[in-house]
Ligand binder design. Sequence first.
Ligand code: FE
Length: 246
Amino acid sequence: MATEFFKNPAHRCIRFDDLTEKGDVQANQYLIIDDGRGMVLDPGGAKQFGSLIVDLAAHLPTENLDYIFLSHQDPDVGAGLNGFLLMTSAKLCVSAIWERFIPSFTSKSIAAHRLISIPDEGTRLKLGNAELLVVPAHFLHSPGTFQVYDPISKTLFSGDLGASFFPRDPGTQSVTDFDAHLQYMTAFHRRYMASNKACVRWAAMVRSLDIERMAPQHGAMLEGKPLVNRFIEWITHLQCGVDLYG
Ligand code: FE
């Protein structure tokens, strides 16, 4: 289902949560539109491409898509890239350390001159009349991970950080009780996130941002500052990844 979770006259944010085949790991795709120009975030694998390109076109002419953003290198983030690059003239935004692997998703000639290589410290991207911040979240979980902060909707598009995995039909669930929600997040974050040190650094950085919601690549969004702050506090104390070697 496509859900428009932010809208003002010039700016919109839309989430697609049901394009994953049953039995596969559920994933969300996001579309940010400002002044008629668009960015799609983590468009997903080849299985999502056909449905997503149709769904996107219902909100924005395909030729107005300016950016395809990949938070990291995983196949559920960008394996469907070839279709998007063929069907649009959008630029591809990806970590400098993953750039060399893009030819595994598409041919070099298709991606040539369309790559925005994101340096480790992040960058700013102009979308329509808006400016989006691309902020680092390295080792959470990939060594080259970026998130997008949209200062207009005050949304942090957080990639795998904040992801949750429900036993079934997860997409539309919204979190009201953070403690009850932990059962859907904990195992994933403990295994996939690299270390508490990476979590603490990320938390220190995002505390300077005015975040109303976190929109992860999997599962439910965390809506409202109290839940976002609970997440930041929780991840600050999480022992994960190599910490678990003791
Ligand atoms: Fe991932």
